[in-house]
Write a protein that binds this ligand. Sequence first.
Ligand SMILES: O=C(O)CCC(=O)C(=O)O
Length: 326
Amino acid sequence: MKSQFENRKTEPPASYNANMVAAPNLTMMGHTVDTTPDAFGQLVDSTALLEDGDALRARMADDGYLFLRGHLDRDQVAAARLEICRRLANMGYLDERYPIIEAIPTHDKICGFDPPALTMDNEPLMRLLYAGRMITFYESLLGGPVSHFDYTWFRTLNPNCPATCPHCDVVYMGRGTHNLYTSWTPIGDAPIEDGPLCIMQGSHRVQKLHDHYCRTDVDTVCRNRKSGDGQHRLQSPNFGRLSNNPPRLRKNLGLPFLTTDFKAGDLLVFSIFTIHCGLDNVGKRIRMSSDSRYQLACEAQDERWISIGGKPPIAHGEHARQELVC
Ligand SMILES: O=C(O)CCC(=O)C(=O)O
């Protein structure tokens, strides 16, 4: 079924870079991606703006994302990757006929998304994400001291895993400030065939999303509505998914998907209102990336993602439930 957001047409933003990413037969959730220049292109590198907070903010406001080619320390990325690969190997997820750093998956195991096992006490990953160049960048973007969520998302997507569905982050983490940004950090190279992330340029300005979808919260139930089984209805019945068919969603919004052949050290930053989703992994390796969140330290934080009293963040689920009339 089409969602209501698949019917809106919007003009592509003027800053759209029409250089097509050269890769045939790309799919998202099994659907063929239109790779013609108006529909699919390269992320624009904003490294030249790094020293200029106003320029970074202006570009973020225009495009809904910032891409920084090679901004992070490649040695730190390599150290984080090695630690993740050691853990995956210990869990039996890697084909031991290859060096573990290549992350070639075993095909009899499901490899998915298990952040605590991969991120807990992972010093090299924490150094990469929450110190040094990452934090300096956010101080420049946000213009003041920054804080980050204590929860670190980590994705290990092998060629058989379904790619991430299109969504905006606000529906998962919008209970605090909306001046909140995601760092998508490939932990190693993530070329197009390995299924990296795509953002939809300019989608953070689609008014219809702001009026409806972006006001929902995946852990909220509607006190005044019941579903067929007599339970209170979730405010976001699809757990935040905007569509099962990302290329169709893109076509109806009239905005381009942008991505690139990511290299270790690259950083993609986007707003919590920017639509993003994954390409299907048609390569041989596990695609590894982390997503982490940053905001001004003086602004309210979403309590689901913060460690209180030394306990891990409560994340989604029963503990995070709130009821509203909606
Ligand atoms: O890496 C992915 O496939 C999904 C990442 C994501 O959804 C996010 O960064 O919010």
